[in-house]
Ligand binder design. Structure first.
Ligand code: ADE
Length: 266
């Protein structure tokens, strides 16, 4: 137990600095399951900062009406700049990211669309800033002069960046060493290999007349690995064929797929 403690203690926790107007959204999810354990074991640290704490007027104003008119409210630049600069201890952050500097990521539908390879890229950082937008938008000077990256979790519009921030924290954290109980967990993932994942089964061997495929009960691990790989290829071909264009395919994979095409053409 002591040894495990020292092993973990040597790896500094990855830090997520979240800036939001709704800090109350975060604790329940972060206090659950794998993220809770990762935090308790010092593998990740999530600091949630309330942007409203960095306002100086009587009403703690964080938004204002847009110049030029139109509906909705816009997030003001001053509290956002002050919050992030104070926490990071910087006077004026760079607008272009340096290779190992802390990325300042705005969660926005205008960002690059999040995927497993972005999660992997972000997992290489020691610290990440996540800025959650609210209202109709944020003052453009935040985007231009503070933020170094913009990420969207998909082509739809949410009421704010809080759920996207949690999604990013979840996807990045589970890629960090020792976060998942099973050390191969993240490597075997759907998408990690560029393919969708093969089907999983557990006991009972038959449920409502539906049987677990015989090969999985055979104990022949070579056969099982082959079956799983082929199932992953089949699923990807049927559900997300475009993923096959960038997936790392072996000679056997290509042969299997070519065989399928031949069968279809018969
Ligand atoms: N904020 C609102 N919608 C969003 C999205 N799709 N991704 C990231 N942040 C958002």
């Amino acid at each position: 137990m002591l040894l495990i403690y020292f092993l973990y203690a040597r790896i500094p926790a990855m830090q997520f600095e979240v800036f939001t107007l709704l800090p109350e959204v975060f604790p329940s999810y972060l206090d659950t399951s794998i993220l809770k354990k990762a935090r308790e074991r010092g593998l990740i640290q999530v600091n949630v900062h309330n942007i409203r704490d960095y306002t100086h007027d009587k009403h703690h104003t964080t938004d204002d009406t847009p110049y030029g008119g139109g509906g909705g409210m816009v997030m003001k630049p001053e509290p956002v700049f002050e919050a992030i600069e104070t926490v990071l201890g910087i006077a004026s952050p760079p607008s272009t990211p340096e290779p190992d500097s802390t990325p300042i990521i705005l969660l926005t539908p205008q960002g690059r669309v999040f995927n497993q390879s972005i999660a992997k890229e972000l997992s290489q950082h020691k610290r990440i800033v996540l800025l959650c937008g609210r209202y109709e938008g944020i003052d453009e000077r935040i985007r231009e002069n503070l933020v170094t990256d913009q990420i969207s979790i998909g082509d739809y519009v949410l009421t704010g960046g809080e759920i996207p921030a949690l999604i990013l924290i979840d996807a990045v954290s589970r890629l960090l060493p020792n976060v998942l109980g099973d050390p191969t967990g993240a490597e075997d993932d759907s998408h990690a290999m560029g393919l969708l994942e093969y089907p999983h089964y557990t006991r009972p061997p038959e449920f409502r007349g539906n049987k677990v495929p015989d090969v999985l009960l055979s104990g022949d691990h070579k056969k099982i690995d082959k079956w799983r790989r082929e199932q992953a290829l089949l699923r990807t071909l049927h559900k997300r064929p475009e993923m096959l264009e960038t997936a790392e395919l072996t000679k056997e994979d290509k042969k299997f797929l070519a065989g399928l095409k031949q069968d279809e053409n018969k």
